[in-house]
Design a binder for this molecule. Structure first.
Ligand code: ADP
Length: 160
């Protein structure tokens, strides 16, 4: 089964990696798809986010990193996938994820969304939390992999 795990990954956190690890146990091939969304004003460019994920998953041959623009259903279709993976944190994620899942199924009835609950320790972890802690000089060592820490230090060092 080919699954697609889409998201902004701006940047990738340990929570994302947790979902990648879990999903790669279910799927034969997992495509992590970085959304190039011009309206979101990301900290990292699509290329930076893709190369971070490539470094993080370099020892996982079943994981492929790609990027996409526009509708997820079109990307999934072109990738030959009928399964969308999304992570679920607190209940606050639920409504949004449910809405997205139903919308995507409306657009393509062949597509199913699998919501994978996060590990309790990553319940409140998000890319925005990481960016805020990093910007204000807090310790975020446990929130991101070393690759992302290195890139955040580089990027924020340039801003400060
Ligand atoms: P998006 O802008 O599409 O929500 P994100 O990169 O913020 O992109 O999230 C991508 C997916 O990863 C979403 O399904 C989100 O719920 C999930 N995710 C983000 N952080 C975590 C976490 N700490 N634990 C589990 N899933 C997470």
């Amino acid at each position: 089964m080919i699954a697609v795990y889409p998201g902004s990954f701006d940047p990738t956190t340990m929570g994302h990696i947790d979902i990648i690890n879990r999903a790669s146990k279910i799927a034969d091939k997992l495509i992590v798809a970085v959304l190039a969304n011009p309206s979101k004003d990301p900290l990292f460019s699509v290329d930076e986010r893709v190369s971070q994920l490539m470094e993080i998953t370099q020892d996982m041959p079943m994981v492929e990193i790609r990027h996409f623009e526009g509708l997820l259903v079109n990307f999934a279709n072109e990738a030959g996938s009928k399964v969308i993976i999304r992570g679920l944190r607190a209940m606050t994620d639920f409504e949004y994820e449910f809405q997205m899942a139903l919308t995507n199924r409306e657009l393509n009835s062949q597509l199913e969304t699998l919501l994978i609950p996060t590990s309790a320790k990553y319940l409140f972890l998000s890319s925005s939390v990481v960016k805020q802690v990093a910007m204000f000089g807090g310790n975020y060592d446990k929130m991101v992999p070393p690759v992302v820490k290195r890139d955040l230090e580089r990027k924020l060092g340039g801003i400060k």
